[in-house]
Each structure stands twice: as structure tokens, then as C-alpha cells.
Design a binder for this molecule. Sequence first.
Ligand SMILES: Nc1ncnc2c1ncn2[C@@H]1O[C@H](COP(=O)(O)OP(=O)(O)O)[C@@H](O)[C@H]1O
Ligand SMILES: [Mg+2]
Length: 239
Amino acid sequence: MDAVTVSDLVVHRGKRAVLPGLSFAVPEGQVTGLLGPSGSGKSTLMRAIVGVQRVRSGTVTVLGSPAGSPGLRHRVGYVTQAPSVYADLTVRENARYFAALYGRGTREADAALADVGLGEAAGQLVADLSGGQRGRVSLACALVSEPEVLVLDEPTVGLDPVLRVELWERFAALAAAGTTLVVSSHVMDEAARCDRLLLLRDGALLADTTPGQLRADGRSQDLEEAFLNVVRASEEVPA
Ligand SMILES: Nc1ncnc2c1ncn2[C@@H]1O[C@H](COP(=O)(O)OP(=O)(O)O)[C@@H](O)[C@H]1O
Ligand SMILES: [Mg+2]
């Protein structure tokens, strides 16, 4: 089953077609990585999936309903690139506030904080945290609602390598429990952590693949090198 289906999606921002026409599907219960350099349209595409982006044409279907439908509100979690939590509340207060919004209890709030490695920092004001810690508070606030689809925009930026690995392990565990995750990144070394890969460049999909298939197509065990080989091949003008 596909959790997200995108058909002929066209999004303009300003006068430009940022997404000139995308089609793909995201299978449920997997981690799908949306990889591409800065400016390639990752955030725009994620906004379309959660239904906060004005689209020019095409359709985005999430769990069988049009993206942004009121019925999806509690079923789709979204963590933006800029942490969207309350600086003047503590970590725990933020988590409990979001838990209350989604009808969950303090136990779920505390569990979500522990999941992102913030159990110890629960009493600190968000204003006093590092950027990476704030990002994790945002993530905890999204986890607490236990959404069926979780859309995470560059959640590992600014995190130390140990925490990054822990978070990817957490994503894999969520997927194993049935959650569908769409996770963006601008660094290819996170691609190996994904079940599926959507490689975006200038708003177009260069590949809709898996790490294993990309290694085969790009003739390299190194995903970054494999990706570059695929890009080069796609740029060669047929004779
Ligand atoms: N509010 C906006 N108005 C006009 N153009 C925008 C706006 N936001 C983003 N863009 C442009 O859309 C393109 C894709 O941006 P974005 O989706 O943020 O890419 P990414 O998340 O991959 O860095 C970029 O060229 C960016 O300059
Ligand atoms: Mg972005």
C-alpha cells in the first residue's frame, strides 16, 4: 500500500516553476529519503505533502485523502526545518502541550522526549538549548501524536554523529512499527539509512530507487559516487 501518491505535481513559487511536474508514490511503513541539494525543492514538496503549499496543478493523496484534508490533521505529523516550539517553555512543557493538543498524556510526552535523547534536558527552557536540541524538541512534539505519516524536513542537520545515528535508528524502528516516514536530507551519507530514495534536483526526480538499486545503477558501493555517476549519465546527450 502507498501512504502518499503524487501525480503530475506542479508548484510555482514567485514566477518560477519550483516543481515542474512530479509523480511518485511513498510506500507505507518505510523510511523514504528525499535527497537533493539545497534549493532542489525538498521543503516545497514536503509542504505539498502536508497540504500547506499552494499547488498549481496535479494531485497529492495522503492515506487516501487529498493532502491537507481536515481528517488527516491528526494522522500526519510534520517537522519543519526551523524548529517550531515555544522558546519560553521548558522542553517538558512543550512536549506536554503538544501531547494535550493531540489527546495524549504526560506519559507519552515524556516517552517522546526520551526517544529523542532529551530526557535529561526536560526541565530546561527551550531558549537555553542549542539549535540541534531545539530541533529534537520539535521532533518529540511531532512524535507525541503518534502520526501514521511523519514528514521530517532535514531533522538531522546540526546534530552530532552519534545522535544522528540514534535518530535514524529511531526512524527505522518507527517504520518497523508501521509508521510511514518521509525524511529529507541534503547529504548523501544519510541515503544508506533509507528504505527508498527520491533523488531531487532542480525540482525534478533524478531517481525513485532504493540504496541497493542506486549502487547497482551507479556502479559504486559508495552511494554518493553512485549518485554522481547516475547524474552524469543523465546529463550525457544521446548520440
Ligand atoms: N517563498 C518563496 N518564494 C519564491 N521562491 C521560493 C520561496 N521559497 C523557496 N523558493 C525557491 O524554491 C526553490 C526550492 O526551495 P526549497 O523547496 O526550499 O528547496 P530545498 O528545501 O531543497 O532547499 C528554491 O529555488 C527557492 O529559492
Ligand atoms: Mg529545505
